[in-house]
Design a protein around this ligand. Structure first.
Ligand code: M6R
Length: 616
């Protein structure tokens, strides 16, 4: 959740790390800090609030050193204060450390270290590890022939219970940077005469495109010109260098006001990129390069289990409808955080699918590992090339939606739905879905980018409607069948960025309780599509209207909705059922965005949230 950047080289570490922190700020933004080794010793600066506060506090000399570590925090232990911000120094001043994750046994460690004369300034778990490294460093004999700093980090990590991604420096080692991971992502950037550590590729692509993904229980020891990786228990590890093919401008705001706005408007291109090269020559099915499962093996799958969190979980609910309908395979959708602690019996022909934009969400990763441990085949859909989930699955599908920086997921969601629709098509064609139905679906998917552009063309209209509803404090999102997950997603979007209490419900369920909330103070956003259940949706709208609830209706063009039944109407083009969840999501995203803007909320960095949830 927090972001880490560390640097060892010949350039000004402070400047490079500051650039990195700005690119990582979406990971956590309650405080930030930097420790740089300069001619005058270890220079530490921390500030609460945004990275710009840290930037203002940094002096020329602090920026000038060529070894350093930095951090942007999302608080887990302790309040948002300068003392709790990272880096943390050992009480003897020798070790500086930044940490992502949670050290579960830190209280025991702290007690032991206090007994040994070490003192503490913060309420964090991380400071215990900085002191523990200092303790082992002080104990390590100078003449052991081993690198004292490295040994002390390794020894300390052997005592840690919990998760960590760390970067550490030592005042006695002016050209050494050490990193390690267990359960929290960490990558190494290999430059010319300089090397970096970061929690996210995004933070270092301005310096190098060559990266090594560190695995759990590995420790990296970096100098200017070389690096080596060992395990915590000192076994050598061979590093594999990957080239990241990342256009750095994609992670910049350009002419947009917010990343969320940019990412909403990028959806036609993001989806085009996700479908490129993924249709068969006869345009009747999808093709995927990285599933690592033969059509024969996939024909034997008799159940699919989807695992995810948040918005990605909503995409899984759409997948459930689509795969059951088009491929006739039973699907279950589980919150990853629940599945990991349940001992769910699964059939041996169950295929487990994890969906995660970041590929680093700890609950999804842990659930996936649990499924792997039980011997199930695992696949993933994710947007971050080289992420832990992508690497640990047996196979998968990359979204190619481009970096998503806004904390509220938008383009990643629609791209996940599109890929789920393509999976439904592919699995369906391996079974009973006809050639003609396949051709129709491919045609519909290929039309998607253009249809999304049409809907985006109505953004001014949606903004005007949003303005009218920005002062309400409650809102319901209602939809049936495929629109139910979109209703859930609409409610999540609105609450996370505008702090309006919102709930998503299957429209027919309203009568079983939520209808009690309806009044002139609680508007409802109805998601209605043409087809067999349209009349039922209309009846649900009537029920709301009869109770003086305002109704904003988002509907497909062929829905015949009496004007007096609704207060505001947004129409999207009529289209094949399989792409309706995507098209209907666009006005929902725009509505939330404009409501939040109207309320003066910080759209890209909503309170209490972080982009990637890497702690339990
Ligand atoms: O990176 P992931 O897709 O695994 O993230 C899952 C959720 O944390 C994420 O979708 C979250 O709910 C978003 N903030 C929603 O906008």
């Amino acid at each position: 959740m927090c972001g880490i950047v560390g640097y060892v080289g010949r350039h000004r570490a402070g400047n490079l790390m500051l650039d990195g922190l700005k690119r990582l700020e979406y990971r956590g933004y309650d405080s930030s800090g930097m420790a740089v080794l300069t001619a005058n010793g270890l220079d530490l600066v921390k500030r609460t609030g945004r990275v710009k506060n840290l930037e203002e506090a940094l002096t020329e000399s602090q920026l000038g050193g060529s070894l350093g570590i930095s951090h942007t925090r999302w608080a887990t232990h302790g309040d948002v204060t300068e003392a709790n911000a990272h880096p943390h120094l050992s009480s003897d001043g020798k070790i500086a450390l930044v940490h992502n994750g949670v050290i579960e046994n830190y209280l025991g460690m702290k007690k032991f270290l206090v007994g040994k004369g070490y003192s503490f300034r913060s309420e964090t778990d991380s400071e215990a590890l900085a002191n523990l490294i200092a303790y082992h460093y002080a104990k390590e004999p100078e003449e052991s022939g081993k690198n004292r700093f490295l040994e002390s980090v390794r020894k300390s990590l052997q005592h840690v219970e919990g998760t960590y991604g760390i970067a550490v420096i030592c005042t006695d080692a002016p050209d050494e940077l050490i990193g390690a991971r267990k359960g929290s992502p960490l990558i190494i950037g290999i430059g010319k005469g300089e090397n970096l550590i970061a929690s996210d590729v995004n933070a270092i692509t301005h310096c190098t495109q060559n990266v090594v993904y560190l695995n759990d229980n590995e420790v990296v020891h970096l100098h200017n010109d070389d690096f080596s990786i060992t395990t915590v228990s000192s076994k050598n590890v061979e590093a594999v260098i990957h080239q990241v093919d990342w256009d750095t401008t994609e992670a910049e705001l350009g002419d947009y006001h917010h990343f969320m706005e940019k990412e909403i408007f990028e959806q036609p291109t993001a989806l085009e990129n996700g479908m490129r090269g993924r249709f068969s020559d006869d345009s009747s099915t999808a093709v995927f390069g990285g599933l690592n499962l033969s059509p024969q093996e996939l024909r034997h799958v008799d159940r699919i289990l989807f695992l995810a969190c948040g918005t990605a979980w909503h995409a899984c609910l759409v997948a459930e409808y689509l795969i059951e309908r088009y491929a006739r395979i039973p699907v279950e959708v589980e919150y990853a955080s629940e599945f990991r602690y349940r001992n769910a019996p699964l059939d041996k022909n169950t295929l487990v699918f994890a969906i995660s934009q970041s590929g680093e969400t700890i609950d999804t990763l842990a659930a996936l590992r649990e499924a792997k441990r039980k011997g199930y085949r695992t696949l993933s859909i994710n947007n971050s090339v080289g992420s832990t989930i992508a690497r640990e699955c047996d196979g998968g599908i990359y979204q190619h939606a481009g970096p998503e920086i806004g904390v509220a997921s938008t383009k990643a969601f629609t791209s996940q739905i599109m890929l789920c629709a393509m999976v439904a098509l592919y699995l369906g064609r391996l079974r009973d879905l006809s050639y003609g139905d396949g051709v129709d679906i491919v045609k519909a998917l290929k039309q998607l980018p253009e249809l999304i552009r049409d809907v985006l063309g109505q953004s001014d209209k949606v903004a005007a409607i949003a303005k009218q509803y920005a002062s309400y404090e409650d809102c319901l999102f209602l939809g049936r069948q495929l629109m139910f997950p979109i209703a859930l997603e609409g409610a999540l979007k609105l609450k996370e960025i505008s702090y309006i209490h919102a709930e998503g419900y299957p429209a027919a369920e309203m009568k079983h309780g939520p209808i009690a909330l309806i009044s002139e103070k609680c508007p409802s956003v109805f998601l209605a599509t043409s087809g067999e259940i349209f009349q039922k949706s209309l009846a649900n709208i009537q029920e709301v209207k009869a109770r003086k609830g305002k109704v904003i209706c988002i509907a497909t063009e062929e829905c015949d909705i009496p004007e007096d039944l609704i207060d505001d109407l947004i129409l999207v083009p009529e289209c094949h059922e399989i792409i309706k969840p995507i098209l209907m999501s666009i006005p929902v995203q725009l509505f939330s965005y404009y409501v939040a803007l109207e309320r003066g909320c910080d759209v890209d960095k909503p309170r209490n949230l972080a982009k990637s949830v890497t702690v339990e």
